[in-house]
Design a protein around this ligand. Structure first.
Ligand SMILES: Nc1nc2c(ncn2[C@@H]2O[C@H](COP(=O)(O)OP(=O)(O)O)[C@@H](O)[C@H]2O)c(=O)[nH]1
Ligand SMILES: [Mg+2]
Length: 461
């Protein structure tokens, strides 16, 4: 059921902490009736009435159902509008027992509250203008952040970094509209500002473009990095994979072509979610199943963020291998880490391997750290290009794309005009662009779009 069909000014209740183990649970009650509702089931240990206490204070209390005690709790009593939701709020910390939790929630519902929908506390905050839509989304990102970077950026976004950025774009657009309309009005007085407007629009496109590029790059920040072990057969990819993931997952064999499918394993390395992918060896063969595996390996090379190009340092490369390696090096120069494996055996010279290559043996446990360091260095290098202070989600991306398209259209109109441009028309398009911008922060956004955003949340947020 969409949130909007229920009253926005209802008093809502939900469990905010995860169900399961743990000593305590937090139940939040938020809405105009929060204090009244709670006073009907709470007795403060101080003997005071809830109505007498000051806002933003903490109290010990007992919860009663028909004069029977349910639990001893702590409450945080908050008067709106200085609360997260903007409404009066009571947060009850009770013991984490499902019967206690359910009883308390039922008592609150009987007293006039109703169960909160997904993301409805955040929705209240948005409706009460405590946060904008971009900040609401940041809360969801913050809770589900998988990496340190994602955490940092969602926090910055919650504090308003993206909102400020969007506000700057909006300001430039407003200025453009003003200059456009004055050009229109003062046309006779030689008040033609079309150069200035063009310049403003250029400023906007320069702001948006890095954001659009950042969106693609930020997949890593959300989901971590994919590191594919790629190389010829028997180079030791599976052995290195096992060394890195610390368990014997991949089959190792002196028989060529043992790994026919890709195997992956995810771990946290230096605070970063990293997925290692072991692939089939690259060679040109006639076995249909193995050929399928090799094609997958190429797919993994393409899809991964980092390629560990594994070369057997004890064997000369076949012409075929050299061809395949050269092909990969040409295609993905930025994401390759050269690994010369089998350093415990006498080495042969490979012209293809640069001096920066990491020389390791998969049999040497200590080399795991060398590999880890090298991979983290590469990740740091790759993530430098993604230094946006916030996370751009699909919704922002699509709106910003529309905006860029609109702005480029207006720029074209200005460029194409011989003499004074059609200012009325340009003003109309600028205002449309403004509308798109305000959809990002949610100043002007449809109920359906809002429902879609808050559907991503779970109950209790
Ligand atoms: N001496 C030595 N042998 C290795 C090393 N790494 C792998 N091997 C051996 O090389 C063969 C192929 O290894 P495997 O990991 O299956 O290679 P893959 O085909 O690239 O996955 C196996 O017999 C491994 O024991 C290494 O660092 N030193
Ligand atoms: Mg293998």
């Amino acid at each position: 059921m969409p949130i909007t069909r229920l009253g926005f000014s209802d008093t809502i209740v939900a469990l905010c902490t995860a169900q399961g183990n743990g000593a305590l649970a937090l139940i939040r009650v938020s809405g105009p009736q929060a204090w009244d509702i709670c006073s009907s089931l709470l007795r403060l240990k101080s003997g005071k009435n809830l109505a007498e206490i000051s806002s933003h204070s903490v109290h010990a209390a007992d919860i009663y159902a028909h004069s029977q005690i349910i639990d001893s709790v702590m409450i945080i009593a908050l008067r709106g509008p200085k609360t997260f939701t903007g409404y009066d709020t009571i947060e009850i910390t009770c013991h984490n027992n499902p019967i206690i939790i359910q009883t308390i929630i039922e008592l609150i519902i009987q007293a006039g509250g109703r169960p909160a929908q997904q993301g409805e506390f955040t929705r209240q905050a948005y409706e009460n203008k405590k946060i904008d839509l971009v900040q609401a989304e940041a809360i969801n990102e913050l809770i589900s952040a998988q990496t340190q970077q994602a955490l940092k950026k969602s926090l910055s976004q919650l504090q308003g970094s993206l909102s400020i950025f969007i506000q700057e774009i909006e300001d430039i657009l407003c200025k453009s509209v003003a200059w456009c309309e004055s050009s229109f009005e003062f046309l006779d007085d030689e008040g033609d500002f079309h150069q200035e407007i063009y310049h403003f629009l250029l400023e906007i496109t320069q702001k948006i473009e890095p954001l659009l590029h950042g969106y693609a790059a930020q997949r890593h920040i959300r989901q971590g990095y994919r590191v594919a072990l790629i190389g010829g057969v028997n180079a030791g990819k599976s052995s290195l994979f096992n060394l890195m993931v610390g368990q014997k997952r991949a089959i190792i064999s002196p028989l060529a072509g043992t790994t026919r499918d890709s195997i992956e394993s995810t771990l946290i390395m230096g605070g970063i979610t990293t997925t290692f992918i072991d692939t089939a060896g690259l060679r040109i063969i006639s076995d249909v199943i193995e050929q399928e595996g090799i094609e997958r390996s190429y797919g993994e090379a393409h899809a991964s963020d980092i390629i560990l190009l594994v070369i057997d340092g004890s064997q000369p490369l076949s012409t075929q291998e050299e061809m395949i390696y050269n092909d990969l090096i040409a295609k993905y120069p930025q994401k390759i880490i050269y690994i010369q494996n089998k350093s415990d055996l006498p080495a042969v010279t490979h012209l293809i391997v640069p001096s920066s290559a990491l020389i390791v043996s998969s049999q040497n446990l200590a080399h795991k750290l060398l590999l880890e360091t090298k991979i983290l260095e590469k990740i740091a290098q790759l993530s430098q290009s993604q230094e946006l202070p916030f996370l751009v989600n699909k919704r922002h991306y699509e709106l910003l794309q529309t905006l860029l398209h609109d702005i480029n259209n207006i720029k074209n109109m200005l460029e194409a005009a011989s003499g004074a441009p059609h200012y009325e028309l340009i003003s109309y398009h600028l205002k449309q662009a403004l509308e798109t911008v305000s959809q990002v922060t949610g100043k002007s956004v449809s109920e359906n779009a809002l429902d879609r955003v808050f559907k991503e949340f779970c109950v209790g947020k």
